[in-house]
Design a protein around this ligand. Structure first.
Ligand SMILES: [Zn+2]
Length: 260
């Protein structure tokens, strides 16, 4: 067994405070494409172009129809957690100091059984909706699929908030928004967990978003072990960066081996 895996195995067993930071690569085996890389990367342009609050505000109906409901591949509901998710669920179970921070909006960690207290969905969750009026109760208390009628989009209407009647939108972080734009993202809690961690394990992330950047800086500054579990080696080694330990392979094959 290679040295990276052995070091990871030791860190997972011995760390009191560990952060799993997971990205799209973890959910590929559940049938959810990783938009930033691979043959589906053509979608990336559409997603970054339409996936903004500015675009939503300009034309909410077109946004719902053409983008959010139009790109069926975006919808992860109906997908199941894979062996990688399940291994993480088992590994964090009974270890309250271990936390999962995920960039994924597919809710698969939750469906796999990670307790809410140990799970931070920092980019939101597909299937939850919030009011666009910041003062409304519907802003803070997200509505579920059962409470929002998306069928109205096909009739040319915008789905609305059950409390105040203003338009609702999915509870996901869009490309022109910050982590503090909604309390559901629990960004403060995530950054606190990273600040105190003995080790950080990046799983299936392309290190292209803010939270991974911040996590790497924290790992570098505090000289804690940082692991890169992915199908390809970490490409950004350099000054001011964490000395990332590569653990190369598919998450759904590697992570279950940590249970042995
Ligand atoms: Zn409202």
């Amino acid at each position: 067994m290679d040295r990276g895996f052995q070091a990871l195995s030791r860190a997972v067993a011995e760390s009191e405070r560990l952060v799993w930071l997971t990205g799209a690569g973890l959910s590929v085996a559940s049938g959810i494409p990783a938009y930033r890389t691979g043959p589906e990367a053509v979608w990336d342009r559409m997603v970054t172009e339409w996936g903004t609050n500015a675009r939503f505000r300009r034309d909410p109906l077109a946004w719902w129809r053409e983008f959010w409901l139009g790109l069926h591949d975006l919808d992860p509901r109906g997908r199941r957690p894979n062996l990688g998710h399940d291994a993480i669920t088992t590994l964090v179970g009974g270890r309250p100091g271990h936390v999962v921070v995920t960039q994924n909006v597919d809710a698969l960690h939750a469906r796999s059984g990670v307790r809410a207290a140990q799970l931070i969905e920092i980019h939101g969750r597909h299937g939850l909706y919030r009011c666009t009026e910041a003062g409304c109760r519907g802003f803070f208390e997200p509505a579920t699929d059962a409470e929002v009628d998306l069928a109205v989009v096909a009739r040319g209407e915008i789905p609305t908030c059950g409390v105040c009647g203003a338009p609702v939108r999915p509870l996901v972080l869009l490309f022109d928004e910050t982590y503090d734009s909604h309390p559901f993202y629990r960004a403060d809690e995530a950054f606190r967990a990273l600040e105190r961690a003995d080790a950080i394990v990046f799983v299936g992330t392309s290190h292209a978003v803010g939270v991974t950047e911040i996590a790497q800086q924290m790992a570098a500054r505090r000289r804690i072990p940082a692991f890169h579990v992915n199908i390809a080696p970490y490409e950004h080694q350099g000054f001011g960066r964490a000395a990332m330990i590569d653990v190369i392979g598919r998450a759904e094959e590697l992570l279950p081996r940590l249970l042995r």
